[in-house]
Design a protein around this ligand. Structure first.
Ligand code: CA
Ligand code: CA
Length: 159
C-alpha cells in the first residue's frame, strides 16, 4: 500500500462516522455534532451556524474531489481513487483545523489562552489540565497558538 492510499483510507474511516462503509451527508451531520462537542458548541448556540457552514462546504468539496456529487455517497473505493488528488492535502488540513478555527472566537487566526480555556472548561477539563495542554502547544510561551503554526505541523504529519 502506498503512503497516498494509506492516507486516503485513514481519512475515509475518520469521515465515515457511522461506519456503514460509505460517507454520506448524514456522516457530516454527525461530524458537525462531534466537532461542536469538541469545542463546546451545541446546536443553536453561538458559532453553530459557522460550524455547520464549514462542514457543509467540507461535504461538497469531498464529493467534488471524489466525483460522487451525483450519487451522494463516497465509497472507500472512490476515496482511494482520489488518493493522488492535488486538493486532498488541503482538504485534510481544513478538516483537522476546524476545532482551532472554532475556538478562535475573535478571528485573529490565533487561539489565545482565554479562548482555549473557555472551550476546554466548557468541555469539563479542569483548569490545570486545560492549561497544561495549552502550554504544550504554545511553544514560545506568548499565550497564543497561531493557527498557521498548527497547520505547518499538520502539513509535516501529512508528509
Ligand atoms: Ca457512513
Ligand atoms: Ca483568537
Amino acid at each position: 500500500m502506498t503512503k497516498e492510499t494509506e492516507r486516503a483510507e485513514g481519512l475515509f474511516s475518520a469521515l465515515d462516522n457511522d461506519k456503514d462503509g460509505s460517507i454520506s451527508r448524514a456522516d457530516f451531520d454527525r461530524l458537525t455534532l462531534v466537532l461542536g462537542a469538541s469545542v463546546g458548541i451545541a446546536p443553536g448556540e453561538e458559532g453553530w451556524r459557522t460550524l455547520d457552514a464549514l462542514t457543509g462546504t467540507l461535504w461538497q468539496r469531498l464529493t467534488k474531489i471524489t466525483g460522487t456529487a451525483e450519487s451522494g455517497k463516497v465509497t472507500k473505493d472512490a476515496m482511494v481513487r482520489a488518493a493522488y488528488h492535488p486538493d486532498l492535502k488541503e482538504y485534510f488540513l481544513t478538516y483537522v483545523l476546524i476545532p482551532y478555527r472554532m475556538m478562535d472566537r475573535d478571528r485573529d487566526r490565533k487561539v489565545s489562552l482565554t479562548e482555549w480555556m473557555v472551550a476546554k472548561t466548557l468541555l469539563g477539563y479542569s483548569q490545570a489540565d486545560a492549561l497544561e495542554r495549552f502550554q504544550n502547544l504554545d511553544e514560545d510561551d506568548d499565550l497564543y497558538i497561531p493557527i498557521a503554526e498548527v497547520k505547518k505541523e499538520l502539513e509535516e504529519v501529512w508528509g
